[in-house]
Write a protein that binds this ligand. Structure first.
Ligand SMILES: [Zn+2]
Length: 311
């Protein structure tokens, strides 16, 4: 029953997580790539903002709390800082950017960004499907010969969506033509559920080649690229996967977080606007067309990711 003092200290450390603040980073990673859960919580706790002392509490800052909230919780649908997308992160050996703590201004991210297409006519939800996608749309995408889907098998989908200001916006996507109507149905449900989306667009070659800034947040589907950290094609390369609000719903494997500045959103218990929850409208809408969610994976988590085959 009796334990030695070192044993007690070890047990206390295990319980309290004493090691997390120390320099025991595995495999010589730079100091900025600490365990992602550390930057997710520590800045919030030291925040001077009065209502931020208990971060998990404000699960309802979604719509009308703007006037009473401090500057750390900007009003819905505000303008992002001018440096968004411009601060390049150093690359790590894996080719991604260095994972860094989420800037305070991004911990409750509710921004408006310009629509990627001209406003669709009408009010409420609407969509336009052009299949196959026009040549000029394909030309500004990441499609090239060798991609696992033919360009004639991709559809150009424009859709209305709700921004973080609650207003109607218009965006575009490239998806596999075989699922275009299903995808429209999903986004119709998300619109009616008032699920907010920051931006909806088509990944370009320039996007893929750009140096990492760790703060992107574009909802999209087709991207001709391999699975992260692999050489096999992603389901995105078939137009059979969709990433939804990537910043609010990061990819997480070991020390890697994508987008690299989104660690705050690994705290899934602190539910903020745009986050996909297991029983929320996004998971339900995709489940209705038979698509699986990367938030249920065990070896890694890809909270933004939905796909037809569940991979
Ligand atoms: Zn994805």
């Amino acid at each position: 029953m009796r334990r030695s003092l070192p044993g007690l200290l070890l047990a206390a450390c295990l319980l309290a997580g004493c090691g997390t603040g120390q320099t025991a980073a595995p495999s010589g990673t730079p100091s900025g790539t600490r365990s992602p859960s550390a930057p997710a919580t520590s800045p919030t706790k030291t925040s001077p903002a009065p209502t931020s002392a208990a971060p998990p509490a404000p699960s309802a800052p979604s719509t009308t709390t703007a006037p009473a909230t401090p500057s750390h919780e900007p009003a819905p649908g505000t303008t992002p800082p001018a440096w968004l997308g411009k601060r390049v992160l150093p690359r790590t050996a894996d080719g991604f950017g260095e994972v860094r703590p989420t800037p305070a201004v991004m911990r409750v991210r509710r921004w408006n960004t310009p629509d990627t297409v001209a406003p669709l006519p009408g009010t409420g939800f609407t969509a336009r499907v052009v299949s196959p996608a026009p040549a000029d749309v394909i030309a500004r995408s990441t499609w090239r010969p060798g991609c696992p889907v033919g360009k004639q098998d991709l559809a150009w989908v424009r859709m209305a969506y709700r921004g973080f200001d609650g207003a109607r916006h218009s965006g575009e996507m490239l998806v596999n033509a075989s699922v275009a109507d299903d995808v429209v149905g999903v986004f119709r449900r998300l619109y009616r559920a008032r699920f907010p989306i920051e931006s909806m667009g088509i990944t370009t070659k320039a996007d893929q080649d750009a140096p990492p800034t760790g703060d992107g947040n574009v909802t999209g589907a087709f991207a001709c690229r391999p699975v992260r950290g692999s050489t096999t094609f992603s389901q995105h390369a078939y137009g059979l996967a969709i990433d939804l609000d990537p910043f609010q719903n990061p990819y997480h494997r070991g020390d890697l977080v994508l987008p690299e500045l989104a660690s705050s959103y690994l705290d899934r218990g602190w539910v903020r606007p745009g986050m996909i929850t297991p029983d929320g409208p996004a998971v339900r809408a995709f489940a209705a067309i038979g698509w699986g969610w990367g938030g249920t994976w065990s070896s890694l988590k890809d909270f933004q990711h939905f796909s037809q085959n569940g991979r």
